[in-house]
Design a protein around this ligand. Sequence first.
Ligand code: SF4
Ligand code: MG
Length: 330
Amino acid sequence: EARGLDVTFRVRRGLVRRVPLRAVRSVDLSIGAGETLGLVGESGSGKSTTGRALLRLIEPERGTIRLDGVDITNASGAELRAVRRRMQMVFQDPYSSLDPSMVIGESIGEPLDVHERLPAARRQQRIIELLEHVRLSGRHLDRYPYEFSGGQRQRIAIARAIALNPRLVVCDEAVSALDVSTQNQVINLLERIQREFGISYLFIAHDLAVVRHIADRVAVMYLGELVETGPKDRLFDRPAHPYTEALLSAVPIPDPQRQRARERIVLQGDVPDALNPPSGCTFHTRCPYAMPVCREVVPEPTEVTGGGMVRCHLQTEGPTLAGGPVTEIS
Ligand code: SF4
Ligand code: MG
């Protein structure tokens, strides 16, 4: 669980000036035991930074992070190591998790060596078990990552991530580089492992069809802020935020009931400079529904009927999205 999470980077502007870039702003999120929270948004919206901050791989500037109810925001030393073993990450590129010069048995055994001192025979047995959990055979132990396909390498990265029985695994675009049938296999594997071990996932992805498949709840990020969260079906069927609606309109999800709503909404303008975000609602420069109030006033999180929250003045000031103001449809 994260409350009021802020992550700020100092970035160079010109020769000497270093200016603050608020990569993650006031993010509140929670993920239940055995639950999958999908995190979506354009690249640069702060998804990966949020995932890393939850794992304490990046220091947040403000906010609190709890794991199993325990405040880990300021954990350090042995306490931080204990926290880290319970939260793992799987990346898009398996080479970020697997050392190409190490046979995979050693890559999977490494976290065990750092956190658990197992006798040699028990360690070997555990590595084979982990490979079997991801449907690979123990006879692969002495092979190098390059000897495997992309999908197999991702399975090996997952075996390494679950070696220490984590509570949370952050999957950062973990299936994005795979072809569709391999994606499905890896997703089925992640779901099976979740059922077996009760692991929670933060599933970061730009592919909304994949998120719709795997997530229980979804959070949408724009310019470092969560603009909408909600149970998957409510969010996909009845998006409450214009940005969510625009993202979804780009996904060809077959649904004859909603043909009209599935027409593509093309957002005007570029993603604003994160160093100098727009005033009021940060989405107002691209929002087809923007009203005068949107430029001035930051929308507060509001509960959505059917579950979740949205930050948008339409909830309180204007018509709702369905049958709402004219949108730019092309
Ligand atoms: Fe659009 Fe205004 Fe809602 Fe922001 S607050 S998303 S600008 S309608
Ligand atoms: Mg990213």
